[in-house]
Design a protein around this ligand. Sequence first.
Ligand code: PLP
Length: 401
Amino acid sequence: MNSSDFPILKEKIYNSDLVYLDNAATTQKPQVVIDAISYAYSHFNANVHRGVHHLSQLATKHHENARKKVGDFLGTDNPSEIIFTKGTTDSINLLAFSLGEEFIKTGDEIVVSALEHHSNIVPWQMLCKRKQARLKVIPLKTDLSIDIDAFKSLLTEKTKIVSIAHVSNVLGIINPIEEIIRIAHSRGILVCVDAAQSAPHLPINVKSIDCDFLAFSAHKIYGPTGVGVLYGKQELLSKIPPYQGGGEMISHVSFDHTTYNELPYKFEAGTPDFIGSFALAKALDYLQEIGVEKVKNHEAELIDYAQAELKKIEGVIIYALSLPKAGVISFNIKDQHPYDVGMLLDQQGVAVRTGHHCAEPLIDLLCVPGTIRLSVALYNSKEDIDKFVSALKKALLLLRK
Ligand code: PLP
């Protein structure tokens, strides 16, 4: 599907065609996004907001249109609910700080799951340390799905926020976030969704799932690096204090007293990445023109196909084999270190990721040194999977000699 739109896919790696299957780490960029960055610097580079001159107003218009585009992509028509950040990590740090300042006190509880990325663990841990609060972890069942009964019994009147990945970056499992949000809300608990691995693969509507906050990264959804998004319900964002101080986030400053800007600028201290937001909007346009539903189905087919092909190889252990997945498969080969397999795949032009995938607690739970992770994007094809499988077989012939 549309691989010719992505110039990097024509690169040769050690004289082999590139087979890029590390999309969960970052996706490649279509020419329209690459061109957008060049166009922005060539035609409207000027600092946004405050400027009276034409270029500044043009840059501001593009930046604010990008905010509307992101809102439209996530299903909110209120651009004040869209905060531009540097990425998912930045979004969650912002939230953990600002929410923590207003809502978390000694003895309160914050809940995450056992399969989170470090970005959705450490900011909450830091908050717990700051406020003498407690981090609680939803366990997984033996099939590695979220244990909903255990989740319910973790919640107490002290639980203030649940923060959970929509899709696991290690296992690809799609978590039942609507159910989790319903359960949490029925007890007055807020929910943040880490959508870093779902936004590129699944349709998301923040209003219909009713999450309180949601974060994703542009670079994982065909957009540029250094840009991310935090969605938050307006009534909540307006109650919590700013994260960082500086230009843009103020309405008036004196040495005695400073007042803060309105939403969403209150959370956007300093010059925003207005080139990046423009390019992100182009990436979302690109994805939506193809159709998120079509991409979802295409990738689901690739995941099913890859799992079926992997199952035929002796010694392959696929994690969470029977669970619904989006974009990602993690596996190991009996008696082989994932790193050795990854290296030998790389030598044949196949890019996968090996290691703990920034989710050490989950890797510890699996009792392995790491996994081999294959992750797909809209431009991958069955042919890519075939090349990967054939490279894997060659690697195993070498390793098992
Ligand atoms: N959350 C999940 C589930 C991820 O997969 C990642 C990145 O891999 C992140 C958060 C962090 O994203 P970023 O590094 O773009 O901030």
